[in-house]
Design a protein around this ligand. Structure first.
Ligand code: CTP
Length: 403
């Protein structure tokens, strides 16, 4: 995608350098438009070298290309970070006195602004009014972070971390290119793998990374849904910013509680988590010790509740679409799809996404493939590609099931 990164003149301009790198690493072409004041903080050569594109600040540069409208028209997304109080004021009043503000007026795609300024300026009635005006016009204004400001003081007005700005801005970009067919819907997605504790330091777990579940949450949000992500032991997969509500859980018991309480007012529940079928019968308060000369103590297991089967049985909300996942390897008794069909009928979920695991497929891999079956075992969809593409394929099937 083609992104314009506007940088206005605040000390936080240095953080926009990292933002530029992140956007480039995510595969986007980025054109940086600093204001004159921004160039006093970070110079044009830095922007040019890291973006690989020319940098200008004025409408009178490169006039033959009619840049002041062309850059905005052709951008899939415009981000302004940092957006100073002055930039917000100029944008809110529709000024076109430099290349950045002209570009904002000509922008066809979504606009994201990440303000940064001192707390007094952020809280001033003039700035509040400018932000309200911009938001009313559809500009996505990111709330500034709180913390240490330029001087010795601290408070609201800090530029959020570049990773957070990139994530939020790219979510806005994704939403602008996604059908809004889940708008107004509440969805619950469970993701990750449960851990069943043995003692304070040990647990029985599985290899699920939760990436498919996170992609499902992200895709649902891009399509307009309000998303609750029940995250079982998700580490390093950026779960924080993909959902409206994030509930972190460890064991099946905790996951069950969180899913059921969120499911009470959900239109869709997707059980993408790898939930342990069994748990140790007892969890000791103290660490289990190795006794020299004695062999290992056997671990007695008891069955966990089947959260998915309970959701199907209890139907916590009328009309709710319940979606299960089935990770299958296939064996002498049948193929991946044979096992999937049998499980679809057994579990009775409205939809069951069957995916093949093992031999480099499924867990921990970037790509995935699923066959979506209905409660009778009939195939209703097939999706493959990145986990995000698979997620969108599954949501297409869910939207049909919602009717
Ligand atoms: N699941 C659940 N609660 C459990 C176990 C599984 O909610 N205690 C859900 C998973 O989140 C997934 C689906 O059930 O959506 C399939 O789980 P899976 O373990 O593959 O199915 P099983 O019925 O346990 O079949 P098997 O282990 O024989 O493959």
């Amino acid at each position: 995608m083609r992104i314009v990164l506007g940088v206005s003149g605040g000390i936080a301009a240095y953080k926009a350098v990292l933002l530029l790198r992140l956007l480039r690493e995510a595969g986007h072409a980025v054109r940086v438009i600093p204001t004159q004041a921004a160039l006093r903080f970070v110079g044009a050569p830095t922007w040019e070298a890291l973006s690989g594109e020319p940098v200008s600040t004025e409408v009178f540069d490169d006039v033959e290309h009619v840049q002041h409208v062309a850059l905005g028209q052709s951008a899939d997304l415009v981000i302004v970070a940092p957006a100073t109080a002055d930039l917000l004021a100029r944008a809110a009043s529709g000024r076109a006195d430099d290349l950045l503000t002209s570009t904002l007026l000509a922008a066809h795609g979504p606009v994201v602004m990440a303000p940064a300024m001192h707390t007094e300026m952020w809280e001033h009635a003039a700035t509040r009014a400018n932000v309200a005006t911009l938001r009313a016009r559809g500009v996505h204004v990111i709330e500034p972070a709180s913390g240490r400001l330029t001087g010795k003081d601290s408070g609201a007005g800090r530029l959020p971390d570049p990773e957070d700005i990139a994530r939020e801005a790219l979510a806005v970009l994704a939403a602008s290119r996604s059908p809004q067919d889940l708008a107004g819907r509440r969805v619950v997605v469970s993701a990750g793998g449960t851990r069943e504790p043995l003692d304070p330091v040990r647990w029985i777990g599985n290899r699920s990374t939760g990436r498919q579940g996170v992609a499902l949450a992200e895709a649902a949000r891009a399509r307009g849904a309000q998303v609750t992500l029940v995250a079982a032991n998700l580490e390093g997969v950026g779960a924080d910013a993909v959902a409206d509500v994030l509930v972190r859980v460890e064991s099946t018991a905790e996951l069950r509680e969180a899913v059921r309480s969120a499911a009470l007012d959900a239109d869709v529940v997707v059980m993408a988590a790898a939930v342990a079928d069994f748990r140790p019968a007892a969890r000791t308060e103290a660490k289990i010790k190795k006794v020299p000369g004695q062999g290992p103590a056997p671990i007695e297991l008891v069955e966990n509740p089947d959260v998915l089967a309970e959701l199907v049985r209890d139907r916590l909300r009328p009309g709710q679409v319940v979606v299960g996942f089935a990770a299958e390897t296939g064996d002498a008794a049948g193929s991946v799809l044979d096992h999937g069909r049998a499980k679809a009928v057994r579990k009775g979920a409205d939809l069951l996404a069957v995916n093949a695991v093992g031999a480099g497929r499924g867990f921990g891999t970037p790509d995935n493939e699923v066959w979506v079956l209905d409660a009778t075992g009939e195939q209703v969809a097939h999706a493959s590609g990145t986990k995000r593409q698979v997620a969108d394929g599954l949501w297409d099937a869910v939207v049909k099931a919602l009717g």
